[in-house]
Design a binder for this molecule. Structure first.
Ligand SMILES: Cc1ncc(COP(=O)(O)O)c(C=O)c1O
Length: 368
């Protein structure tokens, strides 16, 4: 049996007519930048995230960069985050002139270890960026408490967590600003690049709306220098159509996660993702930890099962961050997770028999 890691063709087929009609309308009306698709999607996504505002931007990386800038993070500042994330989290920090400062992750949730944050706060620290990796929210309450005590802003990297909940609150509605990516493979994916920032703070929303559009509030009148970082009308149209299905897709992912869990929990060789009772993960990825990771990955590949590694090399050990001065051994949990992680196929259209096949192959690998 061949099982892809992700099946965007299966997701796109039932939506194709609606999307082609939307593109036709955009061509007929020559509306490609801004307009009702963008404002409509922003309103709908803000409602979905249970926030007052959503600012559509060109990518998740732009959302993070604009959020940091809007929150006042500037050259010379330090921003605390994790090394167990995609590099966009720290690219955004560096690109506003600040320095990423890493802390380790927790051995249970594989998200930021809030117990390690305070020790890394200096007079230069201005923000904390927790990442809701794989669709599971970071433990936000202790982070918000630390942030309040030290007057720091909290920018949630919710790029993998559209619709996740933490103690009933939606990812992206908990910190000062939430940042989302709509890269095609995300739980809510565009048909190109797109992103958004959510917030309850009108000043922050207005500032982000300005910097995504060359710093202009009115055409050709620039309060500040900004960027070309707008969400375009066709991507917003695609996202508006797909958003109606997001809740169902997330429920399907959660039920696939439960099925994987049922089938793999008998294997002592496999560490399954933990979902704390107050969290509702949306399983952007279903990641397991295993000791013979590379051997299992190639065994699965021979059996037709595509898998992924998110992410095999922690950021503190990347060549790009050599100047930050970190070494192997600095973040033991991050390093051990990076060596053992394996992402199994996960997408709403996955069939129970496909999950069964993946689980059977893993059991076969361990001779069980
Ligand atoms: C955790 C995380 N942060 C940031 C990003 C950046 O998003 P984008 O690729 O839309 O710029 C991504 C997505 O790739 C991500 O997974």
């Amino acid at each position: 049996m061949k099982i892809p890691f992700l099946d965007l063709v299966a997701q796109g087929q039932p939506l194709k007519d609606d999307i082609l009609a939307m593109v036709g309308d955009a061509i007929d009306g020559a509306g490609f930048i801004g307009g009702p698709n963008v404002t409509g999607f922003e309103a709908d996504f803000a409602a979905f995230c249970e926030t007052r505002h959503c600012v559509g931007v060109a990518s998740g990386t732009d959302a993070l960069r604009f959020a940091l800038q809007a929150a006042g993070v500037k050259a010379g500042d330090e921003v605390i985050t994790v090394a167990h994330t995609f590099i966009a989290t720290t690219e955004a920090i560096s690109q506003v002139g600040a320095k990423p400062v890493f802390v380790d992750i927790r051995p249970d949730t594989w998200n930021i270890d809030f117990d390690q944050i305070e020790a890394r706060i200096t007079p230069q620290t201005s923000a904390i960026v927790p990442v809701h990796l794989y669709g599971q929210p970071a433990d936000m309450d202790p982070i918000l408490e630390i942030a309040e005590k030290h007057s720091l802003v909290v920018i949630e990297d919710a790029c993998q967590a559209h619709g996740a909940r933490y103690k009933g609150r939606r990812a992206g509605s908990i910190g000062d600003i939430g940042c989302f990516s709509f890269y095609p493979g995300k739980n809510l994916g565009a048909y190109g690049e797109a992103g958004a920032a959510t917030t309850n703070n009108s000043d922050l929303a207005q500032y982000m709306a300005k910097i995504r559009d060359h710093g202009q509030k009115k055409k050709y009148y620039h309060d500040i220098e900004g960027y070309n970082g707008r969400l375009d009308a066709i991507q917003a149209g695609v996202l508006g159509i797909k958003l109606k299905h997001l809740q169902d897709w997330n429920m399907a992912r959660r039920s696939h996660g439960a099925r994987y869990r049922d089938m793999l929990s008998c294997l002592p060789e496999v560490t399954l993702p933990t979902e704390a009772p107050e969290m509702e993960s949306v399983y952007h990825l279903f990641v397991i930890l295993v000791d013979q990771r590379d051997a299992l990955q190639s065994f699965l590949s021979d059996k037709g099962v595509a898998t992924g590694l998110h992410y095999p090399q922690p950021l503190h050990l990347q060549e790009a961050y050599r100047d930050l001065g970190y070494q192997q051994g600095d973040f033991p949990v991050t390093e051990s997770v990076a060596q053992r992680l394996l992402s199994l196929p996960m997408y709403p259209e996955l069939m129970p028999e496909q999950i069964q096949y993946v689980a059977d192959c893993i059991k076969q690998f361990y001779n069980r």
